[in-house]
Design a protein around this ligand. Structure first.
Ligand code: CMC
Length: 515
């Protein structure tokens, strides 16, 4: 039987009445925007009981435990709203469906970052600045050339954002003073100008760095971002345009003047809409990482590099790559029932399904299916489409997924479009990062402009490890052994084995030894 709940006198106001049954004390916790401040609970103290551990810090106030941020609001935000039960996504109040239909990526970027739809002249100023800032320093050629021949593009891109920060001393609070960006909250025009410049650079150079990560593996020279194109056209140009000195191009044209290159309009528009859909998604793992990192006030390039690393995981932006790997492994619609049975036995994961917030279909997935049709009409359908459809339909009829409210998310379909457009699988997360840079900078800027200032994000933990104990000398220790309890013995490569077996030493002295 559950414990009897003490009767609390009913008074209707915006507060929560809490009784601490350890002390009998009653507290009134204020409710704002249907949320309670976790810090309030610090004032709820009790004497440690006879079995209490000092590490529980019972006398120093109650802690709020929330593994994985399941119900913790870390910021007040005016950027993006999601209603996961009703499948609603809005940027600054505008429904995603309307933006996908009518807007462009850079217009949405303006909206997300600055809060309102721009006028024509505001938009053209913003577009000009972003596209102008796409050009990279020539040294970046050496940087990208230093990666291993088969480096994952996400490893290159994550490093590239950190590298980018090394160029801009004026954007580094460690060098310029820690109020460099927070003084923007007071409307300091110079500080705002400096912040905007970093925003133009980050968005402008995201395509350039991504294209460099792509071309280095194709063995192609890098191209300078073109002029007179939209953001996504420019990106496709930077990925695909063959300059006169590229081997293929050189064989077809001896001229050194740049050849005209215009990406296919359907593919450019499809990518633009995909970029709109991926631009922001409120407190997802990578945006939270950008804010967490940004809260200790490093330069924004370091914060974006951290976000990029977070996005790469297969539970987040790496899911688009994981979906295609999964579909390839399933192979054909006939194998779908067996695959779903393995998912239900928890031996496999159905990538592209499920979401922390959406408990119905992700609204972006409907828009993406429409874009997929447009793209397939130009490129031809992807051979994995039948398997994807069979998997989708079977999962939506299966009680395991229905009862857990697991529905397709944005990543279920996006990978099929990217594949049809000819992108390599490991480039898919990069195609997520480029537009998400906008969301990251929008959140970072909002935090820097906060009138209350920036608080370092320093969460708490519940310590469950050993209480204080004294150091034990080697002779008195008992070995703690077993998998996970001591460093593993690892398998060495053939090369390491050969080296261990070899004899080394100085030829001059004739002294030999085993390595
Ligand atoms: N396949 C099979 N079972 C699943 C899946 C899935 N894709 N997703 C959730 N579940 C199960 C989970 O095992 C749990 O079952 P039970 O209650 O019996 O233990 C239940 O559903 C609730 O899931 P959860 O793990 O508590 O959900 P979460 O909010 O912690 O995780 C998620 C959300 C997106 C990480 C998870 O659904 C998942 O791993 N999905 C596959 C990866 C994926 O597609 N990620 C892209 C997300 S959308 C775009 C983005 O954010 O980048």
């Amino acid at each position: 039987m559950g414990q009897e709940t003490p009767k609390v006198k009913q008074t209707r106001n915006n507060s929560l009445a809490v009784i601490d049954n350890r002390t009998g004390k009653q507290y009134s916790v204020p409710i704002t925007h249907n949320s309670i401040p976790a810090t309030f609970f610090k004032s709820i103290r009790a004497p440690a009981g006879p079995d209490g551990r000092p590490e529980d810090e019972t006398e120093r106030g109650l802690r709020v435990a929330d593994r994985g941020f399941l119900n913790t609001a870390v910021i007040e935000s005016a950027i993006t709203y999601i209603d996961g039960e009703r499948g609603i996504l809005r940027y600054r109040g505008y429904p995603i469906e309307q933006l996908a239909e009518n807007s462009t990526f850079l217009e949405c970027a303006y909206l997300l970052i600055y809060g309102a739809l721009p006028t024509r002249s505001q938009l053209s100023h913003f577009e000009r600045e972003v596209l102008l800032h796409g050009i990279m320093h020539a040294d970046a050629t050496k940087f990208f050339g230093s990666f291993r021949y088969d480096a994952h593009p996400m490893a290159m891109l994550t490093s590239a954002f950190g590298y980018l920060g090394s160029y801009y001393e004026e954007a580094n609070p460690s060098l310029q003073g820690q109020t460099l960006f927070t003084k923007c909250a007071k409307g300091d025009p110079e500080a705002l100008q400096n912040m905007d410049k970093q925003i133009y650079r980050l968005i402008g150079k995201a395509t350039t760095l991504a294209a460099m990560a792509y071309r280095v593996r194709q063995g192609r020279e890098f191209v300078v971002p073109p002029t007179g194109m939209s953001y996504t056209e420019s990106f496709l140009y930077q990925l695909d345009h063959l300059s006169p000195t590229d081997s293929f191009s050189a064989s077809v044209s001896a001229s050194s003047s740049p050849s005209p290159y215009k990406p296919h309009p359907v593919l450019a528009r499809a990518l633009d809409v995909l970029f709109i859909l991926h631009a922001d998604h409120e407190m997802n793992a990578s945006s939270t990482t950008v804010l967490q990192t940004g809260s200790s006030l490093p330069d924004p390039y370091s914060a974006v590099a951290a976000g990029c690393a977070s996005l790469y995981g297969p539970l987040h932006g790496g899911a688009n790559e994981a979906v295609i790997r999964m579909l390839v492994a399933i192979g054909s619609p006939d194998n779908v029932p067996g695959f779903l049975a393995a998912v239900k036995r928890r031996e496999k994961v159905l990538s592209g399904f499920g979401h922390r917030v959406y408990k119905t279909s992700d609204p972006r997935s409907f828009i993406i299916r429409k874009i997929a049709n447009d793209v397939f009409a130009v490129t031809g359908p992807d051979p994995l489409l039948d398997t994807a459809m069979a998997l989708h339909d079977a999962a939506l009829k299966d009680d395991y997924f229905v009862s857990r409210k697991l529905a397709p998310n944005v990543d279920f379909w996006s990978g099929l479009i990217y594949r049809a457009m000819g992108f390599p699988m490991d480039f898919f997360p990069v195609l997520f990062v480029v537009p998400r840079v906008v969301g990251w900078v929008a959140h970072w800027r909002q935090m820097m402009l906060s009138p209350e200032g920036v608080k370092i994000w320093r969460p708490r933990q519940i310590y469950v490890g050993p209480s204080e104990r004294s150091y034990v000398s080697f002779d008195e220790r008992e070995a703690v052994q077993g998998p996970g309890k001591e460093p593993s013995a690892v398998v060495h490569s053939g090369m390491a084995k050969r080296r261990r077996l070899a004899e080394v030493g100085s030829l001059a002295t004739g002294v030999k030894s085993k390595l």
